[in-house]
Design a binder for this molecule. Structure first.
Ligand code: UT7
Length: 318
């Protein structure tokens, strides 16, 4: 069967790391509150000159090296982001140019925190249908640029970063087994940015009703995880690792409990990276591959939920 197999993974973080204690010097919060409510201890924040595309290029280069291919072998780049370098052209084309790829398909996908699952699903479809042979699927964000740094309810939650996978279309038993995506646009007002090119002509700042998002997240994530397992012909017991969107350690715990999954099978990086939106799943995936937890042959389930609302999951054999 023609499948999209994962040849390599990579990630990149900004140089500057900010702890909760440092944040507490500028907003009315404490390390205790942030750790207890979210599990976050620190996050990385882009400096001037570090952008979504530059982080994406860093992650892409590492994924290409790990995959053992040449950049010029890539014929498809799908980049998930809600914080592109420019309104247009796409950040994917900036990555393409930086990698020295003269001609390939390159475009951005926008589904906020679910962006990487959308990008993976689109790339998988294009690889399986023969539109491309080797894809670079990237999640990259600089949410620090759209945070209201005076709003303690949101600014402590997010960070910047990028993660990437190199996928190759091959006859294999491994690779992406199933993906499932959803959106429900009625919930725009629970998690949004209060600006945009066509409305205010500004970039805007992130606004969130956290408690309500939390409630929807646990239900939607458990549902879509069950759905993707059925689609892939798997049971909960077949899962070696779950790589979830890293929004809040409490959401990860509650989802695992709902599914009857032991906490040891959940890859958790929210403590170090905070919520990096579309970058969080590939960043966590790369972390667990490079530290030796995820091994060849393991069944890995990815999931995410975010603004829109959007949510989705993927099952793959690494
Ligand atoms: O990535 C997209 C998906 N996003 C998510 O999944 C986020 C989902 N939501 C959450 O993770 C949680 O709802 C939060 C972490 C955002 C908030 O946790 P919570 O337990 O739901 O707290 P809350 O919003 O109900 O606020 C509780 C209290 C409030 O004070 P009062 O009204 O009870 O007096 C807040 O004002 O905590 C206060 N608070 C803070 N206190 C200290 C809110 N932010 C802070 C803060 N430091 N940074």
């Amino acid at each position: 069967m023609r499948r999209s197999i994962v040849l390599g993974t990579g990630s990149a973080l900004p140089k500057r790391r900010i702890t909760n204690e440092e944040l507490a010097q500028s907003v009315d919060t404490t390390d205790e509150w942030i750790v207890e409510r979210t599990g976050i201890r620190s996050r990385y924040v882009a400096a001037e000159g570090e952008t979504t595309a530059s982080l994406a290029v860093g992650a892409a280069r590492r994924a290409i090296e790990h995959a053992g291919v040449e950049a010029t072998d890539i014929d498809l780049i799908v980049l998930a982001t809600a914080t592109p370098d420019q309104t247009f052209p796409s950040s994917a084309t900036k990555v393409q140019a930086a990698l020295g790829i003269k001609d390939c398909i390159a475009f951005d996908v926008h589904a906020v925190c679910t962006g990487f699952l959308y990008a993976l699903s689109v790339a998988d479809s294009m690889l399986r249908s023969g539109n491309a042979q080797k894809a670079l699927v990237i999640g990259a964000e600089t949410f620090s640029r759209i945070l209201d740094w005076e709003d303690r309810a949101t600014c402590v939650l997010f960070g910047d970063g990028a993660g990437a996978l190199v996928l190759s279309a091959e006859e294999s038993e491994s690779g992406v087994l199933a993906t499932r995506l959803h959106a429900d646009g009625r919930h725009n007002d629970l998690l949004f940015v209060d600006g945009g090119p066509s409305t205010t002509g500004t970039v805007g700042k992130l606004r969130m009703k956290g408690r309500e998002v939390f409630r929807h997240a646990v239900v939607n994530l458990a549902d879509v995880l069950n759905e993707v397992l059925v689609a892939a012909g798997l049971n909960t017991g077949d899962i070696d690792w779950v790589v979830p969107h890293q929004a809040n350690a409490r959401i990860l715990d509650a989802t695992a409990k709902k599914l009857g999954l032991p906490a040891e099978k959940i890859v958790m990086t929210v403590d170090r990276h905070a919520n990096t939106s579309a970058a969080s799943v590939p960043l966590a995936f790369d972390t667990a591959v490079k530290d030796g937890r995820i091994k060849r042959g393991d069944v890995v389930v990815l999931e995410a939920m975010g603004g829109g609302f959007t949510w989705g999951a993927a099952a793959l054999r690494y």
